[in-house]
Ligand binder design. Sequence first.
Ligand code: DGJ
Length: 691
Amino acid sequence: MLEISEDGRTWVLSGPASSYAVHVTGRDELLHLHWGPRIGLADAEALALRPLPDYWPFESPLDGREEYPVEGGPRFVRPALSVRTAGRRGTEWVFEGHDAADGELRLRFRDGGLAVTLHYRMPSSTDVVERWVTLDNRGPAVELLRADSATWTLPDRDAWRLSQLHGRWGAESRLTRSGLTHGEKVIGSRRGHTSHQHLPWVALDTDATEERGEVYGCALGWSGSWRIAVAQLPDARVQITGGAGHDDSGLLTLGTGESYTTPVFAGLWSDGGFGGASRAWHAYQRAHVIPDAGRDRPVLFNSWEATEFDISEEQQRALAERAAAMGVELFVVDDGWFGARTSDRAGLGDWTPNPDRFPGGLKPLADHVHGLGMQFGIWVEPEMVNPDSDLYRAHPDWVQYQPGRKRTEFRNQLVLNLAREDVREYLWEQLDGLLAGAPVDYVKWDFNRCFTDAGWPEDPYPQRLWVDHVHGLYALLDRLRAAHPGVAFESCSGGGGRIDLGVLSRTDQVWTSDNTDPLDRLAIQHGFSQIHPARVMAAWVTDSPNAMLNQRASSLRFRFVSAMAGVLGVGGDLTRWTREELAEAREWVALYKEIRPVVQRGDQYRLRPPEGGLSAVQYVLGDETVVLAWLQAQRYGEPVPALRLRGLDPTASYECLETGEIHRGAVLLHHGLRVALRGDLDAKVVRLKRK
Ligand code: DGJ
């Protein structure tokens, strides 16, 4: 809902529980008024009448109060917009007016030939505010050093706390919380992709708990380099500004008639604690971001950990037969099926099946997999090339490089310059041909190295390839999805190196981490769930001991229950699993299929974090509830504490499908559910159904 004051200078956007209000002063200053619980237009107008603080000359009354601080004039905060026109620094805009249509509010400003439009949208039934900015240049060329998507202003409070998701390869999305001190905390990626090191999300609170208290969150929809800066200003205010690009060293030049649209930066206010905020983010993504989120994702098998590069059609058929017998619904051939790709040293870029390994192409295997009743998927890494490939031999200038400088090879590969139209066209032809040439239902789209030598010798402003690469990727994905609507896509980047709202709006799920150790995964998944729903979080059961990472041995039970918290997959070498293991796995897969709608579409409650002892997650959908509980290590023979459930009707009774016991809702909510767990690395699934 949008309310606008009579003079057209105050706006209030409201969702079910929250409001967001801004105001343009008579001097064309755009002030932030409110972000928090619902208010009406009269409240916003009262806020607009409050005088700005009467500061000494060493502070600016605008700082911490402006909605989108530009560079220049009486401002000392980090500018969201930084431009250079011939001989001039910064922006001095005039307010031109607003438009409101289709649930979107646009506030229009102009500085000479440069039009700056701030966009706002609250998608229906959510408290998420989507913000972005467009810049249209009708004047002489403008150099865009930085154009953030939004600056978010929090109300005056005594002490703010920052939550963030940090990590590295094999250890992504780990949650930390710490008090904010004066100055700035900057997170981001200089790597050309979203990165394993930080997810583009922050949350700010003062005293929230998992289920209570105010939480402000912001998440960026951008899959390239990015930056979010959280500033504790000299007074009690906090501002969060974020957008594409890590530094202020230049995004693009805007020639006359050119325009630029920033990615969306979404913000959410919730008073339901961290859990309530996560559920609101999940509901928003399922309803407005993730394509076709009402359709549950299938159980997949992926061959990577089983075979790595040593693959053949015969061996994939053997794996497929075992996977099908286990109840798997989608069989994915990972790396190694194409070109001369028998190791990571060659073949990337040559997207035709390796004739020694797949003499008849991929179709015979795909047909076999379909014959077994499963969908068929393949792995690709289109944005990369091995120097030892036909593609690179033919087009050594198609990669990102700087003349006279080294071409850094990480994993023996270079990054293709997707800002180039010929490169995008080549990739389109290759991928479209692949999807047309074999019955492929699913594509795992990988990205296994960061940008290092981002340069484009022929382009007068080579800096723009950082942005244009991402636009090129999005355009390719969009075009492929439109041409092959039945094909699902997974975003992977050496695990969770490219997970953000931008890529999620054009992929069906993401590969969470290359770390498939079921214990480490609990913490990774706990962090992931702060922002993203289980519906996109791919998790595989692999071999024990965990060969990829740590040699930790764990039961099939523990591995399955850990992976059942997301989109279940199996990634072990099934040719080495015993008959008993295969039979047990079949039961787990069948159980997952029963609970899948609740896990993938339900409201998620984090009952206890994975901090060493008992941890648990609960999902609620309609009358059904699923609890997944894990005991890392039982100490001193202490009994395992009861799990206080959430989201139930206290007046209802619930039947436990595992034991047949009938539980009272009020008892489960207040006194909790006892789950029989013992020893180390034990796990249980509990299903409850309202009577
Ligand atoms: C990195 C991915 O995260 C793995 O799952 C696997 O696909 C390898 N790349 C293949 O090179």
